[in-house]
Design a protein around this ligand. Sequence first.
Ligand code: URP
Ligand code: ZN
Ligand code: ZN
Ligand code: ZN
Length: 483
Amino acid sequence: MSMVIRGGTIVTADLTYKSDILIEDGKIAAIGQNLTGDKVVDADGCYVMPGGIDPHTHLEMPFMGTYSEDDFESGTKAAVAGGTTMVVDFCLPAPNQSLLEALQAWDNKSTKAVCDYSFHMAITWWGEQVFDEMKIVVEEKGINTFKHFMAYKGALMVDDDEMFASFSRCSELGAMPLVHAENGDVVATLQQRLLEAGNNGPEAHAYSRPVDVEGEACNRAIMIADMANVPLYIVHVSCEPAHEAIRRARANGKRVFGEPLIQHLILDESEYANADWDHAARRVMSPPFRSKLHQDGLWNGLASGSLQVVATDHCAFTTKQKRMGVGDFTKIPNGTGGLEDRMPLLWTYGVNTGRLTMNEFVAVTSTNIAKILNVYPRKGAILVGADADLVVWDPKASKTITAKHQQSAIDYNVFEGHEVTGLPRYTISRGRIAAEEGVVVGKCGDGEFVPREPYPAVNKALSKWKELTSPRKVERSGIPAGV
Ligand code: URP
Ligand code: ZN
Ligand code: ZN
Ligand code: ZN
């Protein structure tokens, strides 16, 4: 059955124009005027954009003694209700667990997905087995990105030697490393000091992770990636010291990408202070929310291109799970949700305020992500032959965000009470309507795994370190007498 999206204005990362779209067999078959099909979707007064891609989610993930509450069903239902048609989730092997075994578990969980999805693989430990399995992950499993945690000491954190080894392996395989950039040693020390001084509430979580913790790790990861001759993607960039490191690296010709989260763009550190325990704990995530100064920097980065994408890091825990940390903030599961609200919030606070153009909105919620993760133009594009992952966006529709009407399985929403104007009228996933005015009609299992190829040439960037770090003997003449 074919479908025509009629009467809308197409908005892509670089163009805005009035046209219809014909969809056949889940793909865009034609773009033009007065197209006809078996079913007509009315886009009158709406923008038609590539469906959102969320490059950073944690669905049903074992973490900090529990599992994140949203699974591939509630998580992807939240995604499509909010205009997102693909999520990229983190496969997280336990320390010493085989990457392939962990991937099997993620394959099993993801059969419930309502929209398409892909995986990043986390490197949570290092050894010959990981080195060998990385090749299989890239060449046979369709995963070209590897995540490294520089924080969560004693659990997921990898050291610099492990990170350098893994980054170098990524370089050989045509893969890209991702990092959670926070200095885990400093965080652990500050946590201890705060607890010893009697600060055990959720606000101490923020005190234990000052911006320099993030800035230092970000700089370090960038330098290590440069020495390993590999591009780098930094997740959840929250502050200026980290942003500054990315800006500087890019100005020096390094392929470094920065991903702010919708949470850091909208919410600030005042959420922790003078708030009741549950309110603050529900907002405990790493990095924590920052001051308005850092927030402005993130918005500027999106507008100017020094930051390229907006994600959610959706990792939702119920109030009951958050209360595991009563009396010890280091035991509050880290993470917040945002899958359903990312697009409407970014439109409201970005496009409606003039901070972002509509085309920039498409770039940072979809097209840039598809390009950076090497799945463009199958995703992130309105082109003939691309997957028909689209959102018909009503710029006049509005609502107040509330947990009462959300798809997420948790009992609150960190954006509760925020008014948004600009909502999906239809979310279309590979040619099927997945959500209509916030009501999810897509079914579990509609989503498919999207394999991502190794990067063709990006790892061949010149690096002054390449010669110095390759294992070869340097010939030297004129050895000083007496040595
Ligand atoms: O606090 C966070 N961000 N939780 C999710 C795991 C991670 O660090 O990305
Ligand atoms: Zn992280
Ligand atoms: Zn994350
Ligand atoms: Zn189901």
